[in-house]
Ligand binder design. Structure first.
Ligand SMILES: [Zn+2]
Length: 323
């Protein structure tokens, strides 16, 4: 009797193990790009993953998990549907070999190797007067609450896809006073200093400059915050947000649907700002991401992903080979 149960147990075990293997063997992966630089997003497309219970993709390097993102379904006809996840290589990641683990409810479904390319960031020192030093360093329970509220927004991964093209910059000016990933040292009025990494791009534009949505999406936050001043946040793709800080005036409300180019407000110098500017930031599953990486190419390029998944030549490669 016990032996029979043991045999049945092992039989069931092998069936389950074989099913899991067959599912993972049936998965096909596309990674765009395959050599990302620190601060850049990586899109993982998985075909055949609809029934594999895919949950998340995790970026690992040097035995450490650097980033993680949830999978969402990209619907299409017949073999045109796939699962996708977008994660960002942190700007602090070291160049070299890395791997993206594709995780399912049943465990590890696959591992995709990639190479993190080299990237240099600029360094700068920013002197803060007493008032600005206070904004950054003074204890204020409202700042803690605002930070918690922000993370509650950015940590959410919805399932709605509002946007699939390339982003447009939020202002027409190209004058930049701060770059993504700048290694900054804030020198406080009391002589102390603190290191920080700039999370977005700063446009040096005068107060009142129109600021528009970089892509279509849903406004998820539109209000004053102590450190970032008048702030607007838009969700574009599951877990992908654009942020606009230090505005003089806000012209949208939370819950509004916006298109590329919709007026969000006017630039200003509210919150922690040493002068009038627009701080534009992109977050991918909570991680700071280089906004320029979204201007040059669509982050969810269905044609390129399907080209790789279905064994064809990805559209981008074809374009690169043209004379
Ligand atoms: Zn900034």
């Amino acid at each position: 009797m016990g032996n029979n149960n043991t045999i049945i147990f092992f039989f069931m075990f092998f069936i389950a193990a074989f099913t899991a293997f067959a599912q993972s063997a049936g998965l096909r992966y596309a990674l765009i790009p395959e050599n990302p630089r620190p601060g850049e997003p990586v899109t993982i497309g998985v075909a055949g993953g609809e029934n594999a219970g895919l949950t998340s993709a995790a970026l690992l390097s040097g035995g450490q998990r650097l980033a993680r993102a949830s999978f969402f379904a990209v619907a299409g006809e017949a073999d045109q549907s796939f699962m996708a996840a977008v994660l960002t290589v942190p700007s602090t990641a070291k160049p070299g070999a890395a791997v993206i683990n594709v995780e399912s409810a049943g465990g590890l479904a696959g591992a995709i190797p990639l190479h993190i390319a080299e990237r240099e960031f600029t360094s700068e020192v920013i002197e803060l007067n007493e008032a600005l030093t206070d904004i950054r360093t003074a204890y204020d329970p409202r700042k803690i609450r605002e930070s918690e509220q922000l993370w509650a927004v950015l940590g959410r991964t919805g399932s709605d896809i509002y946007y699939s093209g390339s982003f447009s910059p939020p202002v027409t000016s190209t004058r930049r006073t701060g770059f993504f990933g700048d290694r900054r040292v804030f020198r406080y009025s009391d002589g102390n200093s603190e290191a920080s990494i700039h999370a977005g791009v700063d446009y040096g534009v005068p107060v009142g400059t129109p600021v528009s949505a970089c892509g279509s999406g849903r406004v998820v936050l539109a209000r004053f915050r102590i450190v970032t001043g008048n702030s607007v946040i838009i969700e574009h793709l599951p877990g992908i947000y654009s942020l606009y800080y230090h505005l003089d005036k806000i012209e949208v409300s939370a819950g509004d649907m916006v298109d590329t180019g919709t007026l969000l407000g006017r630039s200003g110098a509210t919150g922690l700002a040493t002068g009038p500017h627009l701080h534009w930031e992109i977050r991918v599953s909570g991680e700071n991401t280089d906004p320029d990486a979204f201007v040059g190419r669509p982050v969810l390029d269905k044609d390129a992903i399907l080209g790789k998944l279905n064994g064809g030549v990805p559209k981008t490669d074809v374009l690169e080979r043209q004379p």
